[in-house]
Design a protein around this ligand. Structure first.
Ligand SMILES: C[S@@+](CC[C@H](N)C(=O)[O-])C[C@H]1O[C@@H](n2cnc3c(N)ncnc32)[C@H](O)[C@@H]1O
Length: 269
């Protein structure tokens, strides 16, 4: 199957559109049915234990429910900070309080991921995750995104649709699970734009210094793991984007806590 990237309807709808809200609810259920929080939690717990990370960011985080599920399955000390980066300012209710109850200091960042990665100069000491996001991008944009990730993060975990016959059949059946027409359209488009083989590994810009894995996961999904080799892993103080380039932030691993508010295009502070 040739990879084809087409626009997804959810990306074109305003955040508060009823169909968009319904489709985001569908996504939560689909993530559950596909076992994505279980698969990602297992990988995240082990990547976190191996790396000297203290913060985590979810790229294309949507309404935050995916990361919240991971927080509930978390085995380590809470990250010092968790960022939920999405270009849409999505309604998220009380979710930051749910994070806070788990001891997580979570924050929404409304930003285009490309802009955010370029603006946040060093993410060393930060683990990046992403779920159902990379398949949005054609190879050139994807290469640029992975370049920015590899230039900074300590580890990167991506769980995406698998471009396979089984996933294509599954995507045609989401209507039977009660998903709305936006989700039905986007599920099929997502599988066509999904990945298989070692497509993401081939796009990774600097294999030296990284341990890379790419493989099928669950029935319908494709997992990519990039972990910086241990000697390179030492956390660095954050370099804030200008004009705060001089401010320093030591990256240790205290327990998190307390809800915080949404801020426009910000990095870790
Ligand atoms: C299919 S949804 C997945 C949401 C979430 N990860 C989940 O599993 O529920 C993809 C998300 O990526 C966001 N997105 C798409 N392009 C983006 C970009 N360039 N920068 C930031 N977010 C983006 C969309 O707004 C959407 O919330």
């Amino acid at each position: 199957m040739k990879r084809i990237v087409k626009p997804e309807l959810l990306d074109l709808l305003p955040p508060k559109d009823l169909l968009a809200l319904g489709s985001r609810r569908d996504l939560r259920r689909l993530n559950g049915w596909m076992g994505h929080s279980r698969i990602m939690a297992r990988q995240l717990n082990s990547a976190w234990a191996a790396a000297k990370c203290c913060q985590v960011a979810d790229l294309g985080a949507g309404d935050g429910h995916f990361l919240l599920r991971l927080a509930r399955r978390w085995r380590g000390g809470a990250p010092q900070k968790a960022l939920l980066v999405d270009r849409q300012a999505l309604p998220h209710g009380d979710i930051l309080h749910d994070f806070a109850r788990l001891g997580w200091n979570a924050e929404f960042v409304t930003a285009d991921v490309f802009h955010w990665l370029e603006q946040t100069r060093s993410l060393r000491g930060v683990g990046l995750i992403t779920n159902l996001f990379l398949h949005h991008f054609a190879p050139t944009a994807l290469e640029r995104l992975l370049q920015a990730v590899a230039g900074s993060a300590t580890f990167f975990l991506a769980l995406e649709p698998r471009r396979s016959i089984r996933a294509a059949l599954g995507s045609r059946a989401v209507g039977l699970l009660g998903c709305n027409r936006i989700t039905r359209h986007d599920a099929a488009v997502s599988v066509q734009a999904g990945f298989n083989g070692s497509e993401l590994t081939r796009l990774w810009p600097e294999p030296a210094g990284w341990a890379l894995q790419e493989r099928p996961a669950g029935l319908f999904s494709h997992l990519f793991i990039a972990q910086r080799n241990t000697l390179d892993n030492a956390p660095l103080p954050f370099q804030q984007p200008s004009p705060r380039a001089g401010s320093r932030h030591n990256c240790t691993r205290p327990a998190g806590g307390g809800a915080s508010t949404r801020r426009e295009i910000e990095g870790f502070a």
